[in-house]
Design a protein around this ligand. Structure first.
Ligand SMILES: [Zn+2]
Length: 232
């Protein structure tokens, strides 16, 4: 399966720098692709959320909780270790380059770029509530790529590879706000909510690391996770 992270990174970084031409060119290798595959959806086998517990589970993946989960996991799928981005970042690329990145808010089949089915971050319950896991505990929330989340069965979690990857990858969060600015601030409420939540999650992680880390000698500093770049 194609790794879309490279073109996405090239496009968002260039857009954040105000260089639309380079951003568009970065998307060329994946421009205009349409997802036509079908796979058995785990969610389609589940009944609509009707019980209070199920409604609580849905609420547990608020924007803030999702942002914290993705940030803690370095925006890598815990199952396949693929680098992912928040769906909102992919939507921003659609907003800036609609022909290169087709998107349909209702996920209409045959109208979506494959990256929405492969490289978008989704929050998943490691152990489903039905299997005794907590719906609400952050420790039971993990980052899954949209593909793994869709095809993963409710099989025991130990069958799946668990553990955040060590990739130096922040899901392009550090460029999101500037890229949105240069795209003309589309969908102000939607992107505004995600930008604030993701920046807050990134800042919280940095301050957690800073308060728990005691410098011993300079050569240990490479053990620190990368600091997100400042964005204006
Ligand atoms: Zn995955």
């Amino acid at each position: 399966m194609t790794d879309y992270a490279g073109p996405l990174q090239g496009a968002i970084v260039a857009l954040a720098a105000g260089d639309r031409g380079t951003a568009k060119a970065a998307l060329d290798p994946i421009a205009g692709q349409i997802w036509t595959d079908r796979f058995k959806m785990r969610s389609s086998a589940q009944p609509a959320s009707t019980t209070p517990l199920e409604r609580a589970a849905k609420r547990s993946f608020s924007i803030a909780r999702s942002a914290n989960t993705f940030t803690r996991d370095h925006f890598c799928c815990v199952y396949c270790e693929k680098r992912v981005v928040a769906r909102a970042v992919a939507v921003l690329l659609h907003d800036a380059f609609p022909e290169a990145i087709p998107y349909n808010q209702r996920y209409k089949h045959g109208s979506m770029h494959p990256l929405f089915w492969t490289n978008v971050a989704e929050a998943d319950h490691l152990v489903p509530g039905a299997g005794g896991g907590s719906w609400l505990e952050l420790s039971n929330h993990v980052t899954a790529c949209s593909h793994c989340n869709a095809v993963k069965s409710d099989a025991p979690a130990e069958k799946w590879r668990i553990g955040p990857s060590a990739h130096a990858w922040d899901g392009l969060v550090s460029h999101y706000r500037a890229a949105w600015d240069h795209a003309g601030r589309p969908r102000e409420k939607y992107h505004g909510s995600w930008i604030r939540a993701l920046e807050r999650a990134a800042a919280a992680r940095v301050s957690n690391v800073a308060s728990s880390w005691t410098p011993v000698s300079a050569h240990h500093s490479d053990q620190l996770p990368p600091m997100p770049e400042q964005s204006e």
